[in-house]
Design a protein around this ligand. Structure first.
Ligand code: 1GP
Length: 250
């Protein structure tokens, strides 16, 4: 499948900055207006893209949020679904993920088969992404919902082996996920080993709470850093700016 315009834009942005900064918006975290405002704030203060989604979405206004974000913001809005029922019109692209660290066929292939026809019908750009859950100190929503076991955080070689398999199967991006609100973020040595093992673009997220943690993972080789939870309670744009600078390598 050809690389689409949003993926091209992300890759081209990497010529100007060390790593990209993605802000994750949880559709259940606020009112539609509040979430759209948070998206605008992130875009204004240096985010390169907005991810929208989560492992569990219970907000009936989800479609309104997705459409509103796309209308209001200039940076890419990328759907980050927890399953096929989260595919909705509006976003510029979708991280079309497969949960390769798990052995649950539902999240390896079943949800993808069910969502594929809709993604095609919506003419939504898909960014093929292998998704790996990494152990992070306590049970996360994604571990519980997906009914899969995470990769041990102190076993970077296992993560690298999964990344190699993903690359051989034609994925283009790999997401190292500690889980939203994780106690511990994905360890930098694991990021480094995965980056050194494959030519995939590496996304790292989950439990990143300080610009320093973000910088360490960017320095370890992450092409993109995702922060969600940390910005949900604060309307302070300067904090987003600090993260963006740490990730971009200013
Ligand atoms: C979750 O990686 C993202 O899928 C972001 O995690 O909400 O902990 O920043 P946080």
């Amino acid at each position: 499948m050809a690389v689409g315009s949003i993926e091209t834009r992300l890759i081209q942005s990497l010529e100007k900055v060390r790593s990209l900064f993605f802000v994750l918006l949880d559709p259940d975290s606020d009112s539609p207006d509040g979430i759209i405002e948070a998206g605008l704030r992130a875009a204004k203060h240096g985010a390169d893209a907005l991810l929208l989604g989560g492992s569990f979405i219970g907000n009936p206004a989800f479609q309104k949020i997705a459409a509103g974000l796309k209308k209001e913001t200039q940076i890419p809005v990328i759907l980050f679904p927890g399953g096929c029922s989260h595919v909705t019109p509006g976003p510029d692209a979708i991280l079309f993920t497969t949960l390769i660290s798990g052995r649950n066929p539902q999240y390896l292939i079943d949800e993808q088969v069910k969502g594929a026809v809709l993604v095609r019908s919506l003419r939504m750009e898909a960014i093929p992404t292998a998704y790996m859950l990494i152990e992070s100190g306590r049970t996360t929503a994604v571990e519980y919902i997906s009914n899969t076991r995470p990769i041990p955080a102190d076993k970077p070689a296992i993560a690298a082996a999964h990344a190699m398999a993903a690359e051989l199967m034609g994925q283009r991006w790999i997401y190292l996920e500690a889980g939203s609100g994780a106690l511990n973020a994905v360890p930098a040595p694991m990021v480094k080993m995965v980056r050194a093992s494959v030519g995939l673009h590496v996304i790292v997220g989950g439990g990143i709470r300080t610009p320093e943690q973000a910088r360490e993972r960017a320095e370890a080789g992450a092409h993109a850093i995702v922060v969600g939870n940390h910005f949900e309670t604060s309307k302070d744009g300067s904090l987003i700016k600090e993260f963006a600078a740490a990730v971009h390598g200013a």
